[in-house]
Write a protein that binds this ligand. Sequence first.
Ligand SMILES: Nc1ncnc2c1ncn2[C@@H]1O[C@H](COP(=O)(O)OP(=O)(O)OP(=O)(O)O)[C@@H](O)[C@H]1O
Ligand code: SF4
Ligand SMILES: [Mg+2]
Length: 324
Amino acid sequence: MLLEVRDLQVEFRTRDGIASAVNGVTYSVAAGETLAVLGESGSGKSVTAQAVMGILDMPPGRITGGEIVFQGQDLLKLKEDERRKVRGSGMAMVFQDALSSLNPVLSVGAQLAEMFTVHRGMSRADAKAKSIELMDRVRIPAAKERVGQYPHQFSGGMRQRIMIAMAMALEPALIIADEPTTALDVTVQAQVMDLLAELQREMNMGLILITHDLGVVADVADRIAVMYAGRIVEEAPVHEIYKAPAHPYTKGLLESIPRLDQKGQELYAIKGLPPNLMHIPSGCAFHPRCPMAQDVCRTDVPPLGHVSEGRRSACHFWKECLNG
Ligand SMILES: Nc1ncnc2c1ncn2[C@@H]1O[C@H](COP(=O)(O)OP(=O)(O)OP(=O)(O)O)[C@@H](O)[C@H]1O
Ligand code: SF4
Ligand SMILES: [Mg+2]
């Protein structure tokens, strides 16, 4: 397995108290596989990813438990300089907002070239040639002419392509894309997502794709992990989860996708508010909002249990959910 996150726990110490942002996340990604991570805002998707990348804000963040095993090595046991090496060439991240992730006063070519001069010891001329090649590869028109331009001279979609190019530059084994298309126009979103999926296949990389949008992942993901209150509540091969969710929260998410063939239908949003991470509800954290909740849900935490091959659910009544 390329990456295995086991029982990861992250908390934030704030003036108001301790927010339990990640409460025992376990997931894995194989080479060449795409894992989509879904869940409402605040469910811990980005914090988990930041912990894996080693870019968590510490303090106020603190990793209080678990393991992050990447290519056989527990990253949480590495020193910062070893960690930096992994971050440079083993894994890379694509963020939502390219404009704030790219350096505004350096040309995109210079930023791409720096990957090769710093990490690969290339000459400046070779690095420039490599940068143009990379810009071509992410299909930026007239790469040779545009290599000297600055981030603000590119459209949002083109900037996102440049960020993908930066992430791919050193051919990492794992890419984490955190809402890579959210800031783009709908038509451009699909193009950028297709590009990401194509490069991932070509380079046989593992991809963790974080998104709110179940509609986007249907085509590109192999598996889906659904997060709620800092835990995985369901994990399954993508087609199975669309056919029949084994967790009421997943069911709620699926029902909230607007369907093109059902125009005018009322959008179903999950009732109630996401939990306060300083006071996560007892038992199943989803119980105050769950239409299937019973007494046991208020007292007993449902374990993330086996449903079928490759499929797990943290619900006491997953069978009823699956059949309902
Ligand atoms: N720097 C921080 N300081 C304090 N608390 C934080 C910090 N970063 C994250 N948190 C807490 O961790 C929780 C989970 O945040 P995270 O960014 O992982 O959510 P998310 O699932 O990525 O949501 P979104 O879909 O909005 O990006 C937040 O609700 C917040 O309470
Ligand atoms: S354990 Fe209970 S409250 Fe939680 S999702 Fe299942 S039915 Fe709903
Ligand atoms: Mg996030």
